[in-house]
Design a protein around this ligand. Structure first.
Ligand SMILES: [Zn+2]
Length: 548
């Protein structure tokens, strides 16, 4: 009996001794914002392997220093924060757009045409031109037409997307490949844009895009792998250490993971309609690991504001007979959500217009009641134009608001024209949602918007529209603090994929994922946040980006 007791006592003592004896591999000294509410600020952090072993004041942490410990000291006006988690990306697609024609900042019709013309000269005849990421609001809102580009792309089918991904432009060669002529029938949940004479212009919205999507040749595996690598390198340079990829390219991620090529941690979601396949996969292989995790499912209620395809209770202010539409019937969304939730999977659904958001909240409420699930963490992606009465429901139902602040300063240029003043008051309602205790998490929707968390923080904190016409902020009452924006990109974003125990804050035993900024964003004028740059991005203790 005596021996038994002494063993019990000895074990914890031995354990803590041996832990202390093995020194840190790295010690980081600097101004650290941890995202841990119990200890928001620290002076140093010790790392062994891919994890943090101590965070706190300098002297305490230096006790972990051994002969071989690397000690890095950062300047006191620089800032170390947890690695940013981009909670909404189309990661591999974004990788592809990095190497395609760049139209996001084409400011006029002429520039749009010229860039496509220049790009077409650099590729082989017959090769499809995809990506693009154009924005017709840049030249006043006139939709492009295939006759703008047919003459400059005689040898290449063109199928380029608006930045929101909800409409694309085909040239005549692409329409021909898809067998679309002026007699094509309309499509449920989509729009085929025609001119006054009934001629198909080449712009197809939402479900109508499938007509061309299905004839675009698949990219080779090698091309996918290259796109993923390009996306990870870009993300690392923007201080993104984890990203949620909304759907598709699951095998691309798996290949990179098997080849040990991951430098961004990925939560790879699938389409909600495929929930059974995901369930089977998880039953046999589990949820993955710290680099590549599965378990999330994505669907759509409606389209997007800029394409007039988001679903509203009342018509658009600039087109009084139109109030948008649902892409997926709500009965289907309900059935899939209920089944997926019963199977223990996480459901995240795109909803932009007030009617789409309201419908989705009703579905989530019903499923939670019927399934009796406790920790569902249902997510609404975008949640752009919520009606005021629905704001408290997010916290009540524990539904996560997964939002993209950059969209606010982008759409803020023209949203009032489309939905009027009143509905804009609760557009990108960051402040109202946080005040109502909703969990708000941030992402970019890359390639819809650039994957730049610092620009996202700038957007959430200033709400200065991209045209600089709202220096005090567009609906400034919805501005939030730097700390709130940081939480939405770190610890709360980790919560939104059930990962808050392993990442999202700089705490003992969590992953050593962090970034170093050249300025302390808590101390500078909010409008300067956009100019802050990233010095280092570290994932699992390893530097994946270093500013030269
Ligand atoms: Zn998206």
């Amino acid at each position: 009996m005596k021996n038994f007791l002494s063993i019990l006592v000895a074990i914890p003592v031995l354990f803590s001794c041996s832990e202390k004896k093995e020194p840190a591999e790295q010690i980081i000294i600097g101004k650290i914002w941890t995202a841990n509410q119990a200890q928001p600020w620290a002076q140093a952090m010790a790392i062994r392997g891919d994890s943090i072993i101590a965070v706190g004041n300098r002297d305490e942490v230096l006790k972990w220093k051994g002969d071989k410990t690397d000690v890095t000291q950062y300047d006191s006006n620089q800032l170390i924060v947890p690695g940013f988690i981009d909670a909404h990306t189309h990661f591999v697609e974004a990788g592809f757009t990095l190497s395609s024609v760049q139209l996001r900042d084409a400011k006029s019709k002429e520039e749009f045409i010229k860039r496509i013309s220049d790009f077409a000269k650099t590729i082989k005849p017959g090769t499809w031109i995809t990506g693009g990421i154009w924005d017709h609001e840049n030249w006043g809102g006139e939709l492009p037409d295939r006759n703008w580009i047919d003459a400059v792309t005689p040898n290449n089918p063109v199928w380029i997307s608006r930045l929101d991904g909800h409409m694309s432009l085909a040239n005549s060669a692409a329409l021909k490949a898809a067998n679309i002529n002026d007699n094509v029938k309309s499509i449920d949940g989509g729009t085929i844009v025609r001119d006054k004479k009934g001629r198909v212009t080449g712009v197809l919205k939402d479900n109508a895009k499938d007509l061309v999507d299905k004839v675009v040749p698949n990219e080779s595996e090698e091309a996918e792998d290259r796109a993923l690598q390009a996306a990870m390198i870009y993300a690392a340079a923007q201080d993104v250490t984890s990203a949620h990829s909304m759907y598709g390219y699951n095998s691309t991620f798996e290949r990179a993971h098997r080849a040990n090529k991951m430098i961004t941690r990925i939560y790879a979601d699938r389409m909600l309609s495929d929930w059974k396949e995901l369930k089977t996969k998880i039953d046999t292989e589990g949820h993955g690991d710290k680099w590549l995790k599965i378990g999330g499912l994505k669907a759509f209620v409606d389209g997007a504001l800029g394409s007039h395809t988001a679903a509203f209770f009342k018509p658009f202010s600039d087109s009084p007979n139109d109030s948008g539409f649902f892409i997926t019937p709500k009965e289907k969304l309900y059935q899939w959500t209920k089944s997926a939730d019963s199977a223990g999977l996480q459901v995240m659904i795109h909803a932009i217009g007030d009617k789409a958001i309201n419908t989705l909240l009703n579905i989530f409420e019903k499923v939670e009641k019927e399934n009796g699930t406790k920790d569902t963490r249902f997510r609404i992606e975008h949640l752009q134009h919520i009606q005021p009465t629905d704001i408290p429901r997010l916290a009540q139902l524990n539904v996560i608001a997964s939002m993209q602040p950059y969209h606010a300063i982008d759409d803020g240029r023209w949203a009032e024209k489309v939905i009027g003043h009143e509905r804009c008051k609760t557009t990108y309602a960051f402040r109202s949602l946080i005040d109502a205790k909703a969990k708000v998490v941030f992402g970019s929707d890359w390639p819809v918007a650039p994957a730049t968390p610092l620009e996202g923080i700038y957007a959430a904190v200033t709400r200065r529209t991209l045209d600089d016409k709202n220096p005090e902020g567009w609906f400034p009452e919805q501005k939030i603090s730097v700390e709130q924006a940081l939480r939405a990109y770190t610890i709360d974003a980790a919560y939104s994929s059930f990962d808050e125990k392993i990442k999202g804050s700089l705490e003992k035993s969590k992953l050593a994922d962090f970034v170093v900024l050249n300025k302390n964003i808590f101390n500078i004028a909010p409008e300067k946040i956009r100019e802050v740059s990233v010095l280092n991005t570290v994932v699992g203790g390893r530097v994946v980006f270093e500013k030269k």
